[in-house]
Design a protein around this ligand. Sequence first.
Ligand SMILES: NC(=O)c1ccc[n+]([C@@H]2O[C@H](COP(=O)([O-])OP(=O)(O)OC[C@H]3O[C@@H](n4cnc5c(N)ncnc54)[C@H](OP(=O)(O)O)[C@@H]3O)[C@@H](O)[C@H]2O)c1
Length: 331
Amino acid sequence: MFGTIAGVVAAVLLAIAAILAVFGWVYRLRSGRATTAASLKGKTIIVTGASAGIGKEAARDFARRGARVIMACRNLQKASKVASDIEASTGSKSVVVRELDTSSLASVRSFAARILAEERRLDVLVLNAGIGGPSERVLTSDNLELTMATNHFGHFLLANLLLGLLKDSQPSRVVVVASMAHGSVKTLDIENLNFKRKGSFKTFEAYCQSKACNILFTRQLAAMLKDSGVVVNSLCPGLVLTEIFEKADGLVLKYLLNIGAHLAGKTPEQGAQTIIHLAVSEDTATINGEFFDNCKVAKVGCDLVLDDGLGKKLWEASETLVGLQPEERHY
Ligand SMILES: NC(=O)c1ccc[n+]([C@@H]2O[C@H](COP(=O)([O-])OP(=O)(O)OC[C@H]3O[C@@H](n4cnc5c(N)ncnc54)[C@H](OP(=O)(O)O)[C@@H]3O)[C@@H](O)[C@H]2O)c1
């Protein structure tokens, strides 16, 4: 009896795995590719979170095209090994590592100060670093919820601090790595961005909210920079097999999406393609404020992220929460 049930369960699981594997094969086959052969000689690109996954493969592509690549990373030892690997595989001698912890406003400020002191230009800023988030609400030393701080607030501050340099280097680009996960966000309570209200924190919801904020921020910044020579776009890289799921907590990210990514996900190199398309392609040089998927303009997952009134409120609340000073405003 038990043997029969176990056999049926095993057969069902095998069938599901086989269906997902076929789905994954088709999914990867249809994955968009950045087809541009453009060179990046003389250009400087910052990639946050370039020590792993999608950011690492985007950095490798930029190095191969001749850019000066600044890997903005929290783990310097890990990032240095990746930088050496990128240089060895591309022949580049222009990959540098700089310390950045996007979850710490002090770290963002000191990283930006170093960039402004050392770099003469900034052609592309890729805001890619991200976490799936912890199982419980964790507050940073800035009193921000950790997922929101890492994925939204740190990048919000960083983009603002580097905006003057981006403008001076125009034409330049900002590329924001969001996610289709934003589609599940039904409401965004500007008074509760850091999940202060008792019982309001849930791991996957915090992740989805941070990704909705990425898109709202992109659209707001794009509108502010209209005709400035700086374009800003966001993207979803797709479901990509990276470390993010292992490092995350919670049923959806750590288990469900992790299994999905193992069976059907893109490779990190495939996942990096839309970043590369937005950072390099001539076709996207003047596109501003759009959301991309598979190297094409895509429909967003929910109308909330198209609400420009909400985007403005998020911008103002973010300015307050990161303590943006009048002299740090470059728009
Ligand atoms: N993988 C997917 O299926 C998927 C789908 C949609 C969107 N995304 C988005 O893609 C982006 C890249 O994720 P991934 O999948 O490539 O994950 P990953 O392999 O875990 O890479 C994430 C990168 O971000 C860095 N990072 C995390 N917290 C940081 C912090 N506080 N300060 C500085 N760097 C930090 C990590 O550094 P360490 O190496 O030190 O951990 C790593 O370099 C994220 O924004 C994610 O939300 C991923």
